[in-house]
Design a protein around this ligand. Structure first.
Ligand code: ADE
Length: 237
């Protein structure tokens, strides 16, 4: 079963958003497991889980000794999982990273608080630093929930129609096309007539062209990548 191991000093923040809708149902149905590791239960010898930084500075850092004790209580399988530490310094993950993680046995996540963690925790245990955007949060818990939700929805049996994953933004390198429902006209705005035609080939083509236009306009960086990939392997597009 796919497992998210989460080191945090606020286990009570979980499952939070991960307990609702399809992700919560999948948790209850044992499609995935949430293994919370409460760092407060693993104090270092000094009886503190945090300590002041060498060289001075504000705030406290998670002690490497505390983390070592907590880490040792992980199963050997969990120790083999990819490790992520949440910080605004990190790389922003892409849909393809989440897809790779969802195909692995699980993920091990460290949520920082205070000013952060002792760098040797990241260096010794091989954590990748990951950010969810160029802004600063109070800690990594919300970021952990975002990454877990993004991975769990890719697991088999979590999202009803397999189709709604295949048409996701990013899945084929493009942003998703616009969507419309009833009524056919709302405040003078009509549903594009191509979608009313009932001709599935025409609808697919219309949506693809719209995805391309939206990607080009909203995310030129993704568009450049898409065009380059199309030139390398045109049969995939
Ligand atoms: N912790 C604090 N800010 C963060 C961010 N932007 N992304 C991930 N973790 C964080």
């Amino acid at each position: 079963m796919w497992c998210a191991n989460v080191f945090t000093i606020f286990p009570e923040a979980f499952p939070g958003n991960l307990g609702v809708s399809n992700i919560g149902k999948a948790l209850a149905a044992n499609i995935w497991r949430l293994n919370l590791m409460d760092l407060k239960k693993f104090p270092a010898k000094s009886d503190r889980i945090d300590a002041i930084p060498y060289g001075g500075g504000s705030g406290m850092l998670l002690s490497p000794i505390t983390f070592e004790i907590a880490y040792e209580s992980l199963s050997n399988d969990a120790k083999l999982c990819k490790k992520i530490y949440f910080s605004p310094r990190g790389r922003q993950l892409q849909q393809k990273d989440l897809s790779a993680i969802s195909h692995a046995p699980g993920i091990t996540l460290l949520c920082g608080r205070y000013e952060g963690v002792d760098q040797r925790i990241l260096d010794h245990y091989g954590f990748e630093e990951v950010s969810i955007g160029d802004f600063v949060l109070m800690g990594g818990e919300v970021a952990a929930m975002a990454i877990i939700e993004g991975c769990v929805r890719l697991l088999s049996g979590v999202v009803g129609e397999a189709d709604s994953i295949s048409s996701d933004s990013f899945q084929n390198g493009l942003l998703e096309h616009d969507q419309y429902t009833r009524p056919q006209t709302f405040r003078g705005l009509s549903v594009p007539e191509e979608l009313l035609s009932g001709d599935h080939k025409k609808i697919r083509e219309f949506r693809l062209q719209q995805s391309k236009k939206i990607t080009r306009e909203k995310r030129p960086d993704l568009w450049i990548e898409y065009v380059a990939a199309e030139m390398r392997a045109p049969w995939q597009h």
